[in-house]
Structures are given as C-alpha cells and as structure tokens.
Design a protein around this ligand. Structure first.
Ligand code: AMP
Ligand code: MG
Length: 452
C-alpha cells in the first residue's frame, strides 16, 4: 500500500504503523511528515488525535427522564413551546401604573387591586390608578411601568399610594417573548446537559429528552506481577492501580464501566478475558493496560490482531506513554475500539486523558475536538530545561493569578511514569511540545486541567 511518492513511513514495515486501513489513509496524508531523522518514525500527538477523530463511530441514542441526564449530550434540538416570558411580567414588587401619570412625582394614585404571581389581572389600570403587583405577576393592561415599592409610600386605610420617583415607560417589566420567542431553538443538538440546560428543558415543558448514550467501557490490566486491588501483594508484586484509576476517569465522563480485573501475561488468558469484555459484557471500548511494548512477555498487541482488530497505531512520540496502541474492530467487532495502554500508571493516565477522552467524547455525541479536556494558559513559575524529542506531559500545580490575569503554573518534580503519588497532587499536566527550547520563568505555557 505504498505507491511511490508517499512519505517514507508508509513504505516502511516498521511496527509504528502496523496496518493502514483506507479510512485512515487520507488523515495520515494530511498529517504530513512522520519521520524524525534520528528516531524511528513515530506519530506525534496531533497526528494520532487526527486518526482517533477519523474513525467511524456509531453513537446510540435513548429517551431519558430529565432527572437522569446530567453530563449527557442531547441528540435532538429543543425549541421553546411558547414565548418566554409568556406574558408581560413584573420584575419588581411595586405598583403597576401608567407612566404618563407619574412624570412629575410625588403623585397620589388610587390602589384598585393586588396581583400576586400566578394571578391574572381581570381589569385594566386606568389613569389616576395603581395596582399593587408582585415580582413574576402579569402586568395588567393599561400599565406600562412598575414603580418599585421602595420608591412609593402606601396609605393602607385609604387604599392610596404616593409615587415618589418617576420611571421610564417599560421600566421593571419584561416584555412577553423578550427572553426567547416561541419556536426558537433553546438547546442545540449535541449540547452538553448541565444544571442550567436541564432547567431550560424543564421550562419549555420537556420531562424526557433524547440523549446520546455514552459507550460502555471495559477495563483490563495485564501483568504477572499484579495483585488484585485490595489484595495483599507478594514481595515482587504490586497492586493493580490502573483499573480503579481508569474506571474513575471513565465514570467522570459518564460512561458505564466494566471491571475485568487483572490477568497474568499469558496470551490465551488475555485473549479470553478481552473477548469476555467485548462479547459477554458488550463493551464498546476496551482498555487494556500493561504488556504493550517490546518486552518478552508483552503479548497484548498480538492478541489485539488475533481478535480481528485493525491496529491504527502502536507507538507515539509522547512522554510518558510511548507504547500506545489504538485498534478498530472488524466484522463482529465493527464499531468497537481497543486502547492498549502502557502499564505504568502515569503513562496510562496521560494516554487515556488525551486519546480515550476524545473517542469516548465523540461516541457520546460531542464534536470531534470537544472531548472532555480543558486547556489553561499560564506562566511557568521557574526556568524549564529544553524538552526532548517527545511531547511531554508533566504533573503541575495551578497557582494564583498573575498581574496580567494568567495563572502561575508550577511543575512538580518528575520522578517518572510510575509516580502516581505526584500525579495525585497535581492540578493538571504541563504540556511541552517536542523539541521545545528551554523556557525562562514567566514564559507562557499550556496546562491540561484535570477536574476532580
Ligand atoms: P508494562 O507496560 O507491562 O511493561 O509495565 C510497566 C510498569 O507498569 C511495570 O513496572 C508494571 O509493574 C507497572 N504496571 C503495569 N500494570 C500496572 C497496574 N495495573 N497497576 C500498577 N502498575 C502497573
Ligand atoms: Mg508487564
């Protein structure tokens, strides 16, 4: 599949790009140069993201009660069922009057009625009259201004009120339809539903809405050294930290999750457990961590192929996280995806936050580049050395706002991709471009913000 004139990487049989499928080829071509002079050809982060963004996904939709849609994305457009507000509405407690009557205060007017919110005024306000009105009540015919109660003096026994200050016509009244007119779109398709959007849907009369269903994600850890989470590890063992971490990340993005536990480095056992995730548990996305690189017992990339998945990339120019596999299902597994993550927890975390978030976001109804990530620009708190040839994501703290409104970004000491303890103290990941030169204190840098 390497006609002459294609960049060198397509002609190479190196493992960085194992099998090029037609849907990916155009994206890869747009990515341009994919080799480095002194390293084997590796995709960079944006090239890999372009591949993740180009795979065909099959979003599912479902009608759901408004009380169970927080964080979901809409799969329909929602319009106003009537004008909002549906009537001219008093915005203050006070007196509804004719503005012509109160041009030269103080003015004495006769109180003819009292209108509470929810009542319909049954007669108009005539010149020389006022109606006491409460916030949210319909303004009666004839009145074109509401005088706030603090600008009046009422004389209860005589049912009269003195207006002490004039107001312009229309003041303290929301015109019918002034917030939004009937039939206007109030929530766009694909919009994420937070508390305010849910309130809008409720306002326009929706009790159920059509939403995109987040994909089901199964999580499996591999490694002879892994003890079950909560178990007592032997001397050469470590506890499986990746599954709880990845499941938490996915749950924070609204995905139903399946914990497939951990399995030893045995290709048959790995394959059986992966199949169970994809078939029995009906996972749409499978995350497998560990055994992804070139070690003697790294079987996962082979198993992914045996399952009939097409591998779209196997290695990236990223630190931490170089051995990242992304594969697309074929045949019975069409529409399903596998991320093969590095075993080291910080690497697995970074890869999931960058790449899985993007795919899961799109499968949950988001636009391609609107994943689950938030970038923040800030000023670095100390001199930074030059970065190497891989894009680098380093745990960092977000400090106070600077004089120019940019937050300070404080890098935490990098102790390697196994150091979960530093990651757990971080507010985000400081992103350094490949080959970024040394940066002086105060230089503007980017942070991938990590929410709770
Ligand atoms: P691997 O990618 O299998 O070569 O593993 C790289 C490193 O990550 C090794 O030190 C493993 O012990 C560690 N590791 C692999 N899987 C996990 C896991 N589920 N939880 C914690 N550490 C892990
Ligand atoms: Mg291993």
């Amino acid at each position: 599949i390497a006609p002459s004139g294609y960049p060198r990487v397509y002609a190479s049989a190196r493992p960085a790009v194992m099998r090029w499928v037609p849907s990916i080829l155009p994206v890869a071509l747009q990515c341009g140069r994919m080799t480095t002079d002194d390293h084997e050809p590796l995709l960079n982060v944006s090239q890999a993201l372009a591949i993740v963004d180009a795979v065909a996904v099959r979003p599912r939709t479902e009608m759901r009660d408004l009380m169970a849609v927080i964080g979901c994305r809409l799969a329909e457009e929602i319009s106003a069922d009537r004008d909002y507000p549906p009537f001219a509405k008093a915005l203050m407690d006070g007196f509804a009057v004719c503005s012509a009557d109160v041009r030269e205060p103080p003015v004495d007017l006769r109180i003819t009625a009292r209108i509470a919110a929810g009542q319909i005024p049954n007669e108009p306000v005539k010149p020389g009259e006022a109606m006491a009105i409460m916030t949210g009540a319909p303004v009666p015919e004839g009145a074109d201004v509401v005088i706030p109660v603090e600008n009046t003096r009422a004389h209860e026994p005589s049912a009269r009120v003195t207006i002490l200050r004039a107001e312009k016509p229309g003041q303290n009244i929301a015109r019918r339809g002034s917030d939004v007119a009937a039939q206007c779109v109030v929530l766009a398709n694909h919009q994420r539903l937070g508390p305010a959007q849910i309130a809008v849907a409720a306002s326009v009369g929706r009790q159920r809405v059509l939403i995109h269903v987040a994909p089901r994600v199964a999580v499996l850890a591999t490694g002879d050294e892994l003890a079950a989470t909560g178990g007592q590890p032997g001397l050469a063992q470590i506890r499986n930290a990746n599954n709880p971490m990845l499941i938490a990340l996915l749950q924070s993005w609204g995905c139903p999750t399946i914990d497939l536990g951990q399995v030893v480095d045995d290709p048959n056992l790995i394959e059986t457990r992966m199949r169970s995730g994809l078939q029995e548990h009906q996972a749409d996305v499978l995350l497998v961590s560990g055994g992804m690189s070139m070690g003697q017992f790294d079987y996962v990339p082979r198993v992914i192929n045996q399952l009939g998945f097409s591998t779209l990339f196997t290695k990236l120019a990223i630190k931490p996280g170089k051995p990242l596999v992304f594969a697309e299902g074929r045949g019975t597994y069409a529409g399903k995806f596998i991320f093969g993550l590095p075993g080291n927890p910080v690497s697995a975390f970074v890869c999931t936050v960058l790449f899985t978030a993007r795919l899961v976001g799109r499968m949950s109804g988001a636009a391609a580049d609107a994943g689950n990530s938030r970038w923040i620009t800030g000023r670095i708190s100390e001199d930074l050395p030059a970065n190497g040839w891989r894009e680098f994501y380093q745990p960092a703290l977000l400090g106070a706002l600077d004089f120019d409104g940019l937050p300070e970004i404080r890098p935490l000491k990098w102790k390697g991709s196994a150091d979960l303890f530093t990651l757990a103290r971080a507010d985000g990941l400081l992103a350094r471009p490949a080959n970024d030169p040394a940066q002086p204190r105060g230089a503007v840098v980017r942070l991938l913000y990590l929410q709770g």
